[in-house]
Design a protein around this ligand. Structure first.
Ligand SMILES: *Cc1c(COP(=O)(O)O)cnc(C)c1O
Length: 265
């Protein structure tokens, strides 16, 4: 984070606002057009503004422009921004951000994430399901606040649709077992859908990436036919700055956009 003085910080709020206003408008127009050509309604697609490596003041500026959902990749950075923006004092923000955790999640970092985010997009192994369930139980038992005493952590299962060696996400064949494990818990986690990051393809060639989005939707449709407790697969988190239009065409309900909104990281 920048070691800015208060004066510089407020200038930078104004600077971020004048930059993000047009960027948000352009993006919303792009989403609108993608929805229209897919015969979908704008309200079917939620924009998650990916604020990783961007300062908290950028999130504050976007919030004031009406953006509600924000995605973070790193557990400590999430904790810090959550603390800075989550409980506004003095001049209150319009409402606190709705945080999404979208990065790879290690078991020893679940404490920083559970209870702070509306949705964890990146659940991809059985050990992580167990660790998340334990963390929810612990928060419920020791909660000073009512909101934590009744905590249910919503999540998505991330699938490695390109079957790439170094990518996070479960293999498609592992998906049923992970959903079974969520179902077998006593409701600490609720699975709301699936997430993917397709292999990097030529950004100009949206046709090349579409089959991966279609694959995630098919996997969702297959698993939706299986009845499980605590599993309700209505969400598809797919599409980033370069390819969100293709993702919307294939049924995305959550798109995760960083660069096209905040600029380069
Ligand atoms: C960084 C990131 C994004 C945003 O990518 P952009 O290309 O900047 O839009 C989306 N999803 C995940 C999982 C990311 O790590």
């Amino acid at each position: 984070m920048n070691p800015n003085s208060d004066a510089e910080a407020s200038t930078s709020l104004a600077a971020w606002s004048s930059r993000l206003g047009p960027a948000l408008q352009t993006l919303r127009q792009g989403i609108h057009e993608a929805c229209r050509s897919a015969g979908r309604s704008d309200s079917d697609v939620r924009l998650v503004a990916v604020s990783k490596k961007q300062p908290a003041v950028a999130v504050a500026a976007a919030l004031r422009l009406g953006q509600q959902d924000f995605g973070e990749n790193y557990a400590q950075e999430l904790r810090d921004k959550h603390a800075e923006l989550g409980h506004p004092a003095g001049d209150p923000l319009p409402s606190p951000p709705r945080w999404h955790f979208i990065g790879p999640l290690q078991r020893n970092k679940v404490n920083l994430v559970v209870g702070r985010v509306a949705l964890i997009h990146s659940v991809d192994n059985l050990a992580l399901v167990a660790a998340l369930g334990e963390r929810v139980n612990r928060l419920r038992q020791t909660a000073p606040e009512l909101t934590l005493a009744t905590l249910v952590q919503d999540c998505l299962v991330q699938v490695n649709v390109g079957d790439e060696a170094q990518k996070s996400g479960c293999h498609p064949a592992e998906l049923p077992a992970i959903l079974d494990a969520i179902a077998a818990q006593s409701g600490q986690l609720v699975c709301r859908g699936l997430m993917c990051i397709p292999p990097a393809v030529d950004s100009a060639d949206l046709a090349a990436v579409r089959p991966y989005f279609a694959q995630l939707r098919r996997l969702r449709d297959e698993q939706q036919a299986v009845r499980r407790a605590h599993v309700e697969l209505s969400e598809l988190s797919m599409g980033m700055s370069q390819d969100y239009a293709a993702a919307i065409a294939e049924g995305a309900t959550l798109i995760r956009v960083g660069t096209a909104l905040f600029g380069a990281r």
